[in-house]
Design a protein around this ligand. Structure first.
Ligand SMILES: NC(=O)C1=CN([C@@H]2O[C@H](COP(=O)(O)OP(=O)(O)OC[C@H]3O[C@@H](n4cnc5c(N)ncnc54)[C@H](O)[C@@H]3O)[C@@H](O)[C@H]2O)C=CC1
Ligand SMILES: [Mg+2]
Length: 280
């Protein structure tokens, strides 16, 4: 807190804005960790932005877009930063009560906001998203959206519609995006994902019926989709070097970063194929 106060003071800012901080976790020694939006290039904060390059010089670092940083972060830092990003963005978007129109107030930890005129409590929200790695037994299906980094392919993902359960959402998304009918779904794991807003990514494996593998790519949602063999995927997983290096090596395609749950699904699929090919 003293460090942040001195930083704010140096840039002529009121230390009052420390109260905008949100609790994002704690150390093993039970030291609380808070996040504060300095309002750099963002509309999140009601306070003036701090001068970016001068803050970089002062802190001896450089600011980087969180989406780009996920290629370099470890899982502990990413989890804290993802929570911070999601929570700070949620507070920014819930400054007013949607019933009374009055300004809402953040509690100290930042785990909720309350409308003082009618006591309605607003809690941070996450949108459920299903992410599915479809397999035909020997190949798996990956797709890319035009917004993905150059060359990257991932599993099929989509937001759950209201009233849908996970299984229905998986069936609908796969049918909508590539025109396939899935069967045999198996839950793998879940992950909080802060882009573009807070999502709870629910990851699963699914298979298609043998012989029913012809893809019809929905070009309104995807740029491309294709079946990939075990060898292609295993080679891509073994690829070393930074993302930029890999992109520049003109490798046919890249997989999502290790921190993304899509990477875990792909890794699990490769392990399953390896086990299946071992003699009994
Ligand atoms: N962590 C990971 O491994 C991966 C994460 N993702 C994330 O999954 C999410 C969903 O994937 P998409 O293919 O984009 O979803 P999608 O296939 O449902 O299409 C996105 C569209 O759905 C609509 N939509 C419906 N409900 C929405 C909501 N609650 N919030 C925002 N848009 C909503 C919007 O029109 C949006 O353009 C993305 O935010 C992406 O960042 C995607 C792939 C890998
Ligand atoms: Mg999608």
């Amino acid at each position: 807190m003293a460090e942040v106060e001195s930083l704010l003071h140096k840039f002529g800012q009121d230390a009052q804005r420390i109260e905008d901080s949100v609790l994002i976790g704690c150390s093993e020694q039970h030291e609380a960790w808070f996040a504060l939006d300095l309002g750099l290039n963002s509309s999140f904060s009601t306070h003036a932005s701090l001068p970016k390059s001068e803050v970089e010089t002062e802190l001896q670092g450089s600011f980087i877009e969180l989406r780009k940083a996920i290629f370099q972060l470890n899982s502990m830092d990413s989890s804290l930063l993802f929570t911070a990003q999601a929570l700070l963005r949620w507070h920014d978007g819930h400054q007013f009560c949607s019933k009374s129109g009055q300004p809402t107030r953040k509690n100290i930890a930042g785990s909720k906001r309350v409308c003082p005129s009618n006591n309605i409590i607003y809690y941070p929200q996450m949108a459920p998203v299903v992410i599915t790695l479809v397999s035909d037994g020997t190949r798996c299906l990956l797709a890319r959206q035009s917004s993905f980094p150059k060359g990257m392919y991932s599993a099929l993902a989509g937001f759950c519609d209201i009233g849908e359960n996970m299984e229905e959402a998986v069936r609908r998304e796969v049918a909508e995006e590539v025109g396939l009918e899935v069967e045999n779904m198996q839950f793998s794991a879940s992950q909080h994902w802060p882009f573009p807003n807070s999502s709870l990514m629910i990851a699963c494996h699914a298979t298609v019926k043998p012989g029913q593998t012809e893809i019809q790519v929905n070009l309104r949602e995807l740029e491309a989709a294709a079946w990939f063999s075990y060898d292609e995927i295993a080679t891509a997983l073994r690829k070393k070097g930074t993302y930029i290096q890999q992109q520049n090596e003109a490798f046919p395609f890249l997989l999502p970063p290790k921190l993304a749950i899509a990477h875990q699904l792909i890794q699990e699929w490769v392990e399953k194929q390896t086990c299946a090919s071992l003699p009994a």
